[in-house]
Design a binder for this molecule. Structure first.
Ligand code: ARG
Length: 415
């Protein structure tokens, strides 16, 4: 179906509206070109915007209704904390911040579309990114009868055309914002495009907002302790707090020490390699502490198996498959394992570096008597000899039948 055909017979559209250039242009375009009624939905996932301003902007663009939904708590408890338990990182670096917010935003849009009797949901994603997958797969999984409009992708908007269109239609734009493509929520800030596309140069300092340049951070280390219960952070420096407060406090604290800048080459689901810059101070601290605590309380077998589970979980979420039943099945496994991930980890932050200082847990498997080298230990070293024979048996046996020559000589007789 062409973009023109898919927009036929649509009376009302719910538009996932961030207030940025793409979705502002989309709001006007959908209304002017197709005469549809546009309802905008802005989901607060901790992007710290002036939501009154966004609402006023939506009204100025001629939408029939605007919703602002405060979903910070739901985002943290239903998405971010799941990711903490799964050590959620894509390609070992990206804490999935944007990826986690999309299924929540999409499901809120579906909810409103059904309530408002809309025929379609529109989003402002391009055809090159991952967000289109996350939106559309969530929408199609929840409400297959709703149409999906992707004006930026399907009508081929590009940024300079959008700026012209905005100027012509009196859509206010913020020049600094338009230099990059930025997406923000409590779990992180993603920055793409513009000067970042030149991978041979450093990201300009104006790409960053949450973190201080590490060598301009205070020349004084600071400690922070994080308490986990069932795999999720519940207290900071001994003070129990809800997830939203904990993450935002830690973002400010760690950002001041230049923690959480990420600059990596990422392979998108559509196959493109891109340069992505993130700021995720709280995520960097929490994920590091969580992983460290897991090492203390889980057996080596659990850790090894969970590494596969975590990697698969992160891949599903990154590639838009939050709704996939496998993700829920992995979560069920993770929930059981994480019952013992309770304890406190203290970190030291200093000019961009993050070090573990101490760990404590009621489920610790660390037995000092067994581990210590000096004095008496409950580990009887005589156990080791027989253990080595049996542990190495298959390897030793295979070398007996398929000997490896040493200095050109066979060390077994008869070969
Ligand atoms: N590359 C990241 C991801 O796919 C970030 C996307 C952020 N979106 C944006 N419009 N800047 O999750």
């Amino acid at each position: 179906m062409t973009a023109e055909e898919s927009s036929k017979d649509i009376g009302r559209v719910v538009l996932a509206f961030s207030g940025g250039l793409d979705t502002s242009v989309a709001a006007v375009w959908l209304r002017e070109r197709y005469g549809v009624e546009v309802i905008t939905v802005t989901v607060d996932v901790g992007q710290n915007e002036d939501f009154k301003d966004i609402e006023a902007k939506a009204e100025k663009l001629g939408v029939v209704k605007h919703y602002t939904l405060d979903c910070k708590k739901e985002f943290v408890e239903g998405y971010v904390f799941r990711s903490v338990k799964a050590n959620g990182l894509y390609q070992g670096e990206y804490p999935l911040s944007s990826a986690l917010s999309r299924p929540l935003i999409a499901s809120k849009c579906v909810h409103i579309a059904l309530e408002e009797g809309a025929d379609a949901i529109a989003h402002g994603c391009t055809g090159k990114g991952n967000d289109q997958l996350r939106f559309e797969i969530t929408i199609k999984s929840l409400a297959p009868n709703l149409k999906i409009l992707a004006p930026v992708r399907d009508w081929g908007f590009n940024r300079s055309w959008e700026v012209d269109y905005a100027l012509k239609h009196g859509i206010p734009i913020k020049p600094k914002r338009e230099k990059y493509s930025i997406d923000v929520n409590l779990w992180g800030r993603s920055v793409e495009c513009g000067p970042l596309e030149d991978i041979s140069s450093h990201p300009p300092e104006d790409a960053f907002e949450w973190t201080i340049l590490p060598w301009k951070a205070p020349d004084k280390p600071e400690e922070v302790s994080i308490r986990f219960e069932n795999g999720i952070p519940v207290a900071l420096n001994g003070e129990v707090m809800d997830g939203v407060k904990l993450i935002s406090s830690l973002n400010s604290l760690a950002g001041l020490h230049g923690i959480g800048r990420i600059d990596h080459i990422e392979e998108r689901t559509v196959g493109i390699k891109t340069r992505e810059v993130y700021e995720a101070p709280a995520a960097t601290c929490i994920l590091k502490a969580h992983k460290d605590l897991e090492k203390l309380v889980l057996t080596g077998r659990e850790l090894k198996f969970k590494e596969y589970v975590d990697a698969e979980w992160s891949n599903l979420v990154y590639t838009g498959l939050w709704m996939e039943p496998l993700r829920e099945a992995l979560d069920a496994f993770i929930d059981v394992i994480e019952e013992r991930v309770c304890g406190e980890i203290t970190l030291r932050m200093y000019r961009g570096s993050l070090t573990i200082l101490s760990r404590r847990s009621e489920y610790s498997l660390y037995d000092e008597e067994l581990a210590r080298y000096s004095g008496s230990s409950t580990f009887d070293q005589k156990w080791a000899e027989g253990f080595i024979t049996l542990w190495g048996l298959p390897t030793i046996l295979s070398r007996k039948f398929h000997p490896k020559k040493i200095s050109g000589r066979c060390v077994y007789g008869g070969c």
